[in-house]
Design a protein around this ligand. Structure first.
Ligand code: ASP
Length: 304
């Protein structure tokens, strides 16, 4: 599971269905059947993470498998060992699958081509974050039903966002129109890699009322995006209480986290129980990762 770009619509639908079947386990009460042979799932996290890493750990544990976590700091990556060598060593220890987050675009794919166990991309630089996009699609479908013909605004630092890239592929595959909104320096120069169903604008107020859903993104300061942003960013692109009041009452607000309150999203918007889907996204994130780990283990040679 390296990205949404190469995933078929059929495969995406099948993961979304499997996600629904995992939800009762996540929400409590329904135990997952104990696996005949618990697997060891390596989590190689070389960039900061709160939700994704814990979510994969919880997902592996809920399935009855054993997560083994290795973070960049304190590992031999600090001594100059390469990503592929590190991953190959973990595979040689008998791990059954590897989840990788790295700052290198294409990092998970590089590893997948060089080791013989399934690899799941948990975010590779500015490139893709497939499990995030699938959990976003799952949340949107729960709120809106079919996404065919729906308009989803993605607002913020699109250029540097792997969440935006994966979501553009996922949501257009499911029939939605994705409207990318941000200041000119934070929008990609070309949209050639995406098919139809993508619109671009710098005018949030001009498109707000047409939205069926709004996804807010953080400015990726660690990817040097801060220099491109004016100090009055919030006034043009923040989801303020005033802007929230112009959205329809049923319009969900999503954010992949971490939220920068008072910048891209106001406190009161994040706290709006009726519309904020942020914690629903997190709950569904565990179910998505359970579905993906479970499926990956059915194809131990990496034929996901
Ligand atoms: N948590 C998401 C990611 O890892 C979004 C973000 O960090 O802004 O890409």
């Amino acid at each position: 599971m390296l990205g949404l770009r190469d995933l078929s619509t059929e495969m995406l639908e099948s993961i979304l269905d499997r996600t629904e079947s995992m939800l009762p386990v996540v929400r409590g009460g329904v135990p997952f059947p104990i696996p005949a042979r618990p697997a060891m799932i390596g989590l190689l996290f070389l960039e900061n993470s709160t939700r994704t890493r814990c979510s994969f750990e919880v997902a592996a544990s809920r399935l009855g498998h054993q997560p083994i976590v290795l973070t960049g700091r304190g590992s031999s990556l600090d001594k100059g060992e390469s990503l592929v060598d590190t991953a190959a060593n973990l595979a040689a220890m008998g791990l059954d699958a590897l989840v990788i987050r790295s700052a290198i675009a294409g990092g998970a794919g590089l590893v997948a081509r060089n080791i013989g166990i399934p690899v799941v991309n948990a975010g590779d630089g500015r490139h893709e974050h497939p499990t995030q996009a699938i959990l976003d699609a799952s949340t949107l479908r729960a709120r809106l039903g079919s996404l065919v013909g729906k308009r989803v605004l993605i607002v913020g630092d699109i250029l540097n966002s792997r969440v935006a890239r994966s979501n553009i592929h996922a949501l257009t595959m499911l029939g939605a129109t994705v409207v990318l909104v941000g200041p000119p320096p934070l929008l990609p120069w070309t949209f050639a890699e995406f098919g139809p169903g993508v619109e671009v604008t710098h005018d949030l107020d001009g498109v707000l009322e047409s939205a069926d859903a709004v996804m807010m993104l953080r400015i990726q300061l660690e990817r040097d995006a801060g220099r491109a942003v004016a100090s009055d960013y919030r006034f043009a692109f923040g989801l303020t209480v005033d802007r929230l009041s112009r959205l329809g009452p049923e319009v969900p607000v999503l954010h992949p986290g971490p939220m920068n309150r008072g910048v891209e999203i106001d406190d009161a918007v994040a706290a709006d129980i009726a519309r904020s889907s942020v914690l629903e996204q997190v709950a569904r994130g565990v179910a998505v990762r359970m579905a993906i780990i479970d499926r990956a283990l059915e194809f131990p040679a990496g034929g996901f």
